[in-house]
Design a binder for this molecule. Sequence first.
Ligand SMILES: Cc1cc2nc3c(=O)[nH]c(=O)nc-3n(C[C@H](O)[C@H](O)[C@H](O)COP(=O)(O)OP(=O)(O)OC[C@H]3O[C@@H](n4cnc5c(N)ncnc54)[C@H](O)[C@@H]3O)c2cc1C
Length: 402
Amino acid sequence: MDGRADVLVVGGGIVGLATARELLAQRPNTRVVLLDKEPGVGRHQTGHNSGVIHSGVYYRPGSLKATLCVRGRNLLLDYVVRNQIPHRLCGKVIVANGAEEGARLDELSRRAQANGVPNTRSLDSQELRVLEPAVRGERALHVPGTGIVDYRAVADQLAKDLVAAGADLRTGTEVTGIRAVPDGVEVATNQGTLPARYLVNAAGLQADRIALMAGLDPGVRILPFRGEYYLLRPERRDLFRGLVYPVPDPAMPFLGVHFTLTIHGEVEAGPNAILAFAREGYRKSDVRVGDLLESVFYPGFLRMVNRYWSSAVHETNRSFRRAVFLRDLQALAPSLVAADIAPGGSGVRAQAVFPDGRMADDFLLLHSPRALHIINTPSPAATASLAIAERLVDEIPRDPSA
Ligand SMILES: Cc1cc2nc3c(=O)[nH]c(=O)nc-3n(C[C@H](O)[C@H](O)[C@H](O)COP(=O)(O)OP(=O)(O)OC[C@H]3O[C@@H](n4cnc5c(N)ncnc54)[C@H](O)[C@@H]3O)c2cc1C
């Protein structure tokens, strides 16, 4: 494409790709450029996650997470069926033990109702045993509409759609600066400067930095939380029929370590949630001094540590000690032994944190002159991506430089 883009999207993760695709579906004559710094699409959160198609049980009714997850799930199922992308609706159970977890399970059940998640059912311990013989719990919530897919495969298909619809998709192109000009923006990249009338920031783990480049203080910083997985050894892969989750801690935006089947036939246990020393740090040993200093000197960092002190200690302990990880898994599946699990992969969540140390528990949509930013895209943004795309396109002006 020569000349100026109407809309330039930063980020070839599932959210940026879905947004560019939706824009072209609704406004086919728009000149769309999508940039990603990596050699291919879906290389960060989109390519390193649990692959769960969430149903929308967890999220506060009325929140973007709740409404966009429920709609996004339906759009996604339609999309994967139409494009013959392998997926499975295997369902899940959320398992509770003790009065406190029971009360939290009741709240999840209410949220499921309020969010319009169909066919959820409360189970007693006998009913749970019939459904999931390896799982022990006093009570559970069965969510049959939860599924699994490979989000990298979804991203690849979205990229194909985009190119077929006439978008200019450029990988290996890193945005390094953004300058406002009278009728748009000038975007500096490692491949030269690109003019555009409007910019969409879907840069995931770097989204706050892109917002700052565009002259917007987003009021949060992204802190990277690595999620580490173990894999069940192949002989134990038939232990579960569906996905098995604990009741999450309502103070945290993470779901607690759980068992997920993958569409490729493996069973993963995890992810935990541990502060990473690099925004794109997939291994414990990955440290980027700039990222680390930025995290540590952010005023919200110490306040966050204070606020979530006991969780932070437990997460660190669990990350370094397999026995602790195993013990948490055994709380769900007591027959599991140390030899059943081996270290697996990891992913890094883009979690926004406010200056007072609170972790953002919803997607944040922010505007700046000639730009729209989506900040804080951890789970369930992959499930919700096609609905997030609809929402973002609604917010992009019809005449981007007006
Ligand atoms: C461990 C883990 C488990 C998860 N499990 C689930 C799950 O089961 N179900 C679910 O729905 N969600 C899950 N999620 C969340 C889900 O993966 C994300 O919500 C989703 O992938 C977010 O997509 P995105 O496009 O916003 O971000 P990303 O996929 O991170 O994409 C952002 C893109 O921006 C690019 N970029 C960044 N900076 C620049 C720059 N300067 N110039 C050019 N390009 C740039 C990056 O290269 C990247 O490709 C999980 C996440 C993690 C980490």
